[in-house]
Design a protein around this ligand. Structure first.
Ligand code: MN
Length: 277
């Protein structure tokens, strides 16, 4: 199988397919002990050689932070009853993917899966998401990558999302993804029989309204706690948040480039001159 067409990356040097077992690197931002990670590891290990490199504790909202100013450690970990090679690190999801690809795995993976996250990654969540950044780091290495989330925080149905992840990994491996793209998947939190299908979506503009709680600690000093709630706003048909509201799985094709084609002609109509001209 050929997962990528362009770019001189490690994966391009790998001989195509030839019946070799698919290799999947799993990471997440909820930490190595997350039931979502265990569920997806169990499902994917049935169809692929599966390796886990995940943060030792929760790094949700770590976005694409990487660790440059302290030592990174990776220690072998157990994933409960799921028997796959696993490491816990003191790094972020992006660090975990770097360590997995450049050192811990003997050969690079064919697919990176990040998740399954506890909670949605819709709309502007993607800016903060450590889950999404795990997939982004895979894409930066030229590896096909998928971010997976379940859109609830309580009483989670992990199995439908895990099953869909394994299914999607096989599809991604069969078809490949273009360079500098990846997939963001959100699964509604309901039993498989109540999921209404799969929608290919675009990223919505759904966002959180940030709030700050200011309180006093026991020593009388101020401290702050950042919170927020999703802005009450209808998401248009075809968006990620709309698909979830319909009870469907949302699969959003994303790219790494953030260039705005809409803003380009506007900027060209301005008078921008270099200093001294
Ligand atoms: Mn998380």
């Amino acid at each position: 199988m050929s997962l990528r067409t362009g770019g001189a990356t490690r994966t391009d040097a790998r001989p195509a397919g030839r019946g070799s077992l698919l290799r999947v690197l799993l990471t997440n931002d909820d930490g190595i002990a997350s039931p979502g990670l265990r569920a997806v590891a169990r499902a994917i290990s049935r169809v692929a050689a599966t390796f886990v490199v995940a943060p030792e504790h929760e790094r949700s909202a770590a976005s694409h932070a990487i660790t440059l100013h302290k030592p990174l450690r990776a220690t072998r970990a157990a994933l409960g009853d799921v028997d796959v090679p696993a490491w816990a690190t003191n790094g972020t999801p992006a660090d975990c993917v770097v360590l997995g690809i450049l050192d811990l795995l003997a050969q690079p993976p064919d697919v990176v899966v990040s998740g399954i996250n506890l909670g949605a990654n819709l709309g502007m969540d993607l800016i903060y998401s450590g889950t999404v950044s795990g997939a982004v780091e895979g894409a930066l290495f030229g590896v096909a990558a998928i971010a997976m989330s379940v859109t609830a925080f309580r009483d989670i149905h992990w199995e439908p999302a895990a099953e869909f992840a394994a299914h999607l990994v096989a599809q991604v491996a069969a078809h490949g993804l273009p360079p500098d793209t990846f997939l963001n998947v959100n699964v509604p939190n309901r039993p498989a029989a109540e999921i209404g299908g799969v929608e290919i979506t675009r990223q919505s503009t759904r966002r959180y309204v940030s709030r700050v709680e200011k309180r006093a600690d026991p020593r009388g000093r101020d401290y702050y706690w950042l919170t927020g709630a999703a802005a009450a706003e209808e998401s248009p048909a075809g968006t990620d948040a709309w698909a979830i509201a319909q009870g469907r799985i949302s699969v959003t094709p994303l790219r790494l480039s953030m260039t705005s084609e809409e803003l380009d002609p506007v900027l060209r109509s301005w008078s921008l001159a270099a200093p001294g001209r």
